[in-house]
Design a protein around this ligand. Structure first.
Ligand SMILES: Nc1ncnc2c1ncn2[C@@H]1O[C@H](COP(=O)(O)OP(=O)(O)OP(=O)(O)O)[C@@H](O)[C@H]1O
Ligand SMILES: O=C(O)c1ccc[n+]([C@@H]2O[C@H](COP(=O)([O-])O)[C@@H](O)[C@H]2O)c1
Length: 200
C-alpha cells in the first residue's frame, strides 16, 4: 500500500542579532539546510536582544538580513521578533512561527557560543518541545551540549569561518574593509547608511 500521508515541511530557524549579518551565518544556515534536508531556512533578526547593549536599530538589521538572503530561494526572513514589543525570547519566536506554520517541523540553528547558553534561556524546557536544536561548530568556541536533552539536540560540524559581527563592526569603525566577510549588498548598505562609524 502506498503511504499518501503528506510529508511535513522541515523549516530551519536561524535567530540572531545580525548586526550585521555575515557569511558565517549564511554558510552555517546553508550547511544545516543541506544536512537536515530542510525546505527553507527562516532568518529571524532579534527585536530587543536583552543580553546585548548598543545594538543597531532593528530596521537596519532586518533590511541587511533581507539583502543578504535575497539571492537564495531557500532563505526567507521573518519579522516576528522585531515586530514584538519587549525583550526577544526564543520561546516567543518559536511559538509565533509554530502558529504561522502548524504543519511544519522546526529546527532551531545555533552556533557553539549560543547553544552553551540555552539552558539559561527563558522557558528552556518548553523550547525543546517546539523545535529540534542544531548546534553548529564555530571557530574559537568549544561545542558543548552538556545539560541539554540529547534527543532534542544535534551537532553539526560546518566549514570554519572565523567571522563575527563584533569584528565586522570594529573593522568598519577602523576603516578596514568587510568585503567577502559580509555579502556585497550588505557592504554597500553599511556604507550608504554610515553604520558602525562611531563607537558610541
Ligand atoms: N562564524 C560563525 N559560525 C557559526 N555560527 C555562527 C557564526 N557567527 C555567528 N554564529 C551563530 O549565529 C547566531 C546569531 O549570531 P549573532 O547574530 O549574535 O552573530 P555574532 O557574530 O555572534 O555577533 P556578535 O559578535 O555581535 O556577538 C548565533 O547562534 C551564533 O552562534
Ligand atoms: O530566549 C532567550 O532567553 C534567549 C537569550 C539569548 C539569546 N537568545 C536567542 O539566541 C539567538 C542568538 O542571539 P544573539 O544575541 O547571540 O544574536 C537569537 O535568536 C536570540 O533571540 C534567546
Amino acid at each position: 500500500m502506498v503511504d499518501s500521508t503528506p510529508l511535513r515541511p522541515r523549516i530551519g530557524v536561524m535567530g540572531g542579532t545580525f548586526d550585521p549579518i555575515h557569511n558565517g551565518h549564511l554558510s552555517a544556515a546553508s550547511e544545516v539546510r543541506q544536512h537536515f534536508n530542510l525546505d527553507e531556512v527562516v532568518f529571524v533578526p532579534t527585536g530587543v536582544p536583552y543580553q546585548k547593549t548598543g545594538v543597531t536599530a532593528s530596521e537596519h538589521r532586518y533590511l541587511m538580513t533581507v539583502i543578504a538572503t535575497a539571492s537564495n530561494p531557500s532563505f526567507t526572513v521573518s519579522r516576528v521578533d522585531i515586530d514584538r514589543i519587549g525583550p526577544t525570547y526564543t520561546i516567543d519566536t518559536l511559538r509565533d512561527l509554530r502558529a504561522e506554520r502548524p504543519d511544519a517541523d522546526l529546527f532551531f540553528i545555533s552556533g557553539a557560543d549560543a547553544v552553551a547558553q540555552i539552558i539559561d534561556w527563558k522557558d528552556a524546557v518548553e523550547l525543546f518541545e517546539l523545535a529540534h536544536f542544531v548546534a553548529v561548530t564555530r571557530p574559537g568556541h568549544p561545542l558543548s551540549v552538556s545539560g541539554l536533552p540529547e534527543q532534542d539536540v544535534s551537532l553539526l560540524e560546518v566549514p570554519a569561518l572565523a567571522i563575527s559581527s563584533t569584528d565586522c563592526r570594529s573593522r568598519v569603525n577602523r576603516g578596514f574593509p568587510v568585503w567577502y566577510l559580509v555579502p556585497d549588498g550588505v557592504v554597500q548598505y553599511i556604507s550608504k547608511h554610515h553604520l558602525y562609524r562611531s563607537t558610541t
